[in-house]
Design a protein around this ligand. Sequence first.
Ligand code: 2AM
Length: 251
Amino acid sequence: MPGSGASLSASAGGIRKEGAGGSSKLAAGEGSKGVEGESSKVAARGTSKTSAEEGRARAGTNASSGVGEGGSAQKLPSLRLFFALWPDAVTSAALHARARALHAECGGRAMRRDTIHLTLAFLGETPAWEVERLLALAGQVDGEGFALVLDHVGNWKRNRVLWTGPSIIPPALTALAQGLESRLRAAGFALEERAFSPHVTLVRDARAAPAGPQLAALRWTVASFVLVASERSAAGASYRTIGRWPLKQRG
Ligand code: 2AM
C-alpha cells in the first residue's frame, strides 16, 4: 500500500457525505433470530467540515499490527473499506422484502434493510490515513447515473449466499466499476483479481436453494456511489458511509 499522497482540496467541492442507508431505523422484528446481525450507524449530514476533516472524523479505526521503528510491535489504525451503491429508502425496502421472502423459503439470515448494498470495489483492511487519498480518487471518477433492473435471483452454493442482480448489466455500471478499479490499482491499492460481478446479497447461510420462479423485476435508479467502512463488534457488523459522490444525470 502506498503512502499518503494527493491533497483532497481539488476535489473536495464535489463530495457530499451522508449516512449509508439514508435511514438507520430498522423495521420491527429485524433484531430477531434469522436476520443478519448487522446495523448501520448513520453519520450526521451536512456539517461544514472539509472532506478531509470529515473523512478523518469518521475514521473510527480498527487496529492492525505493525512494526515500529525500534522493531517493536504496535497497532496501526486501519479501516475495512469498500465502494458501493447504496439503495434509496424505497429501493432498500423492496430489496428487504425480497430478502425476507427468500429467507422464508430458504432459511439462513436475511440481510437487514439498512445494510443492503451492491459492492463496486472491495478494498478490505486499509490504513486509516489512506482515506483522504480514496476520497480524492473517487472524486475524479466521472460516472453517469443509470437504472439497474434487478430481475435475477442467484444462489451461490459455495458460500450459501442468495442474491439478486441484473441479467443485463448497464454499460454505465460497468464503466463506473472499471473507472474506480483502474484508478485504485493505479494508485497502488490491492484489489481482488476476480471479475466484477454485480450482485446484492440478500440472504447468508441459506439452507436451501430457491425453488420458485424468478421474482418480479425491481428497478433501482442509481444516482450516486459511496465509500463505506465496515466495522465488526460483538453485536455484529455495522456500515458507516465516509463519502458519497453523485453520478451525472443524462440530460
Ligand atoms: P458480498 O455481498 O458478496 O458478501 C462488505 O463486506 C461487502 O464487500 C460485501 O458486500 C461483500 O460482498 C463485499 N466483498 C467483496 N469481496 C469481499 C471479500 N473478499 N471479503 C469480504 N467482503 C467482500
